[in-house]
Write a protein that binds this ligand. Sequence first.
Ligand SMILES: Cc1ncc(COP(=O)(O)O)c(C=O)c1O
Length: 383
Amino acid sequence: MPLAMEISHAEGSYIYDTDGKAYLDFVAGVSACSLGHRHPKVVAAVKKQLDAYMHVMVYGEYILEPALNLTKLLANHLPDPLETTYLTNSGTEAIEGALKLAKRYTGRSEIIAANKAYHGNTMGSMSVMGLEKNKQAYRPLIPDVRFIDFNAEDQLVHITSKTAAVILETIQGGAGFIEPGNSYLKKVRQRCEDVGALLILDEIQPGIGRTGKLFGFEHYKCIPDILVTGKGLGGGMPIGAFTSSNEIMQALSENPSLGHITTFGGHPVIAAAAFATLTEIISSNLMAKIEEKENIIKKHLNHPLIKKINGKGLMLAAILPSPEIVNNVILKCQEEGLILFWLLFEPSAIRITPPLTIDNEELIKGCEIIIKVLNTLDLSKNT
Ligand SMILES: Cc1ncc(COP(=O)(O)O)c(C=O)c1O
């Protein structure tokens, strides 16, 4: 059921409805509004670019400073050999690009993905979605996709010399914010190297500072061959990006040329917003404060109905005893002026992904609303 709020405006950590009621935002547009709503630096960058030019020509034909600035800044903050970025309109389009690139570079067709993975909703991304029930209505999807369980080392033998790429979320999102354990990603990386397959890491949610580091893979010491970002990169504007070495990316340029075409990818206004967002995240102390914010949430979400809290940084999922309790809590918190949301494939989880800019008092206030609502449920046995 949709939350059905009619939005009047949004600013910082708050969204306001048309009745003038303020809602503290613990979701941030599903991890997209990394700097909160209408961050002044993002708004200024958008306005400046609007006054210069908007769309002028399909991506790649002209030299567009906003896209150049953004891709250079990304390259400067990525480890070698991740240096060349292709900008797209959305996360799912970037996943499509990454899958195509892996096929072209390796000359292989098999893709290995993880059960309970979510990578987007277009045909290619849906093909690597790890939940049959959500995609069976669209079959046939792309062939040669096989699934392994995330974190199951014994299943890495399924990655073979037939595999073009393994695609994984660095932290599984829809599955319940599941972290890779026991050097799992490093083991996948090693297996890929052994058989000549590429590793694609989907950082559309954990990327761009949300976990306290610019990229989630930094926590797990595993550099992918192709990195996919989106959501928070745009600071509230629609974007996706896939990045690889220049050598790998060149596979899209010939036989046939124009390996991925997009009219609006690299759009100057979006790229200007993303450049301002990335600059702010890199140059401020926001990332340094994420761990403290994570600890505040964990400390203040202490309640018998919260079984555990999954995830890292400001990508947290509170696991409750049942989907019914989750529904109740999300709806009642909205009444109390707090925005929460569901996770796609884990019905017992509440998504907590506030803007990185949220302050400690706001975090405590939000947690107190959750506890108050849980206490009401608990007392009335309305669960
Ligand atoms: C991990 C992950 N990959 C890909 C996507 C798709 O991104 P978009 O909705 O921008 O197409 C999402 C969106 O929720 C996501 O969380």
